[in-house]
Design a protein around this ligand. Structure first.
Ligand SMILES: C[S@@+](CC[C@H](N)C(=O)[O-])C[C@H]1O[C@@H](n2cnc3c(N)ncnc32)[C@H](O)[C@@H]1O
Length: 277
């Protein structure tokens, strides 16, 4: 059965500083993008898919620079309401239009032809291969650049390790492949599928890792994010295999008790794709 995937504003706020730090490591690629200036006198026209409260806008607009018009699309009206109409600073001025759209059903209705850049952060693992093909086809037809940030690649590296990390990982990965409203989800395979489709269309594709590094010993916020992730992973794993309830509960309790002394690396990838010359 298909389901509607919702994310709380608190969760998005909790992850934003870690997203931002992870993306800073991949920021070198931004020079390639900012060399692609829109036609003279025209502002950057950007579509931000599944924009949440606008974390991608906050990270990207200052780095893109200059005048920008952002179409901010999400199905969650409460998240969209938190996005400012104008977001400007030294060297950049971004105006926003907020649009409530169910991207699973209404992808084809967006103004693709007008876009210079199509972007999303923390979205691709939710979508299906068929949906991704449609998105890529629209971007290719518009000759738009693409920037997909923070797509999970399936890696969870714990230090120190726990004997049941691998079990939780396996169940969590299987759960990621469930339908999140877009059809069977690509999960950690999304980046490879996206890269293949864009290369086949002649796009130049660059990928950089943008891992979260959550050291509970160094940062209370990292311990808190670990706590949230542990809860989420255990719940997903339980849903995937209810018979493992006792093992998962014990893993969850050990992990929660150890956050202040644990380090977790969560693998993410940023993908930038530029249209053929
Ligand atoms: C992990 S959050 C990422 C939000 C934002 N890009 C960020 O980086 O903070 C995923 C976003 O996808 C949105 N979403 C999920 N399914 C959707 C759908 N069918 N149509 C539109 N938005 C959707 C959620 O509302 C949420 O804002």
């Amino acid at each position: 059965m298909s389901r509607k995937e919702t994310f709380s504003a608190d969760w998005l706020q909790q992850r934003e500083p870690f997203d931002s730090a992870a993306r800073n490591g991949a920021a070198g690629r931004m020079q390639l993008l900012s060399r692609l200036t829109p036609p003279q006198g025209s502002p950057w026209r950007v579509i931000d898919l599944a924009c949440g409260t606008g974390a991608n806008l906050r990270w990207l607009a200052p780095r893109l620079g200059g005048p920008q018009q952002w179409l901010m699309v999400d199905h969650d009206a409460a998240l969209l309401r938190r996005i400012p109409w104008d977001f400007s600073g030294a060297g950049f001025q971004a105006s926003t239009v907020r649009q409530q759209t169910d991207l699973a059903r209404q992808l084809d209705t967006l103004p693709w032809h007008a876009a210079h850049l199509v972007t999303a952060s923390a979205l691709l693992d939710l979508v299906s291969a068929e949906w991704l093909q449609r998105l890529v086809a629209h971007a290719i037809a518009a000759r738009a650049a693409l920037l997909f940030a923070l797509s999970v690649d399936g890696r969870h590296q714990w230090t120190p390790q726990d004997p049941h990390d691998a079990t939780v990982d396996r169940l969590f990965r299987a759960h990621q492949r469930r339908d999140k409203g877009f059809g069977p989800a690509l999960g950690a395979d999304a980046i490879a599928a996206c890269r293949r489709a864009l290369r086949a269309a002649g796009y130049r594709v660059f990928t950089t890792s943008s891992d979260w590094v959550l050291d509970g010993h160094e940062q209370p916020q990292a311990a808190a994010l670990q706590r949230a992730l542990i809860g989420g992973m255990a719940a997903a794993a339980r849903e995937q295999d209810p018979a493992s309830q006792a093992t998962l509960q014990a893993w969850c309790e050990r992990r929660q008790a150890a956050v202040a002394d644990s380090r977790l690396r969560v693998g993410h990838v940023d993908l930038l794709a530029l249209p053929p010359h």
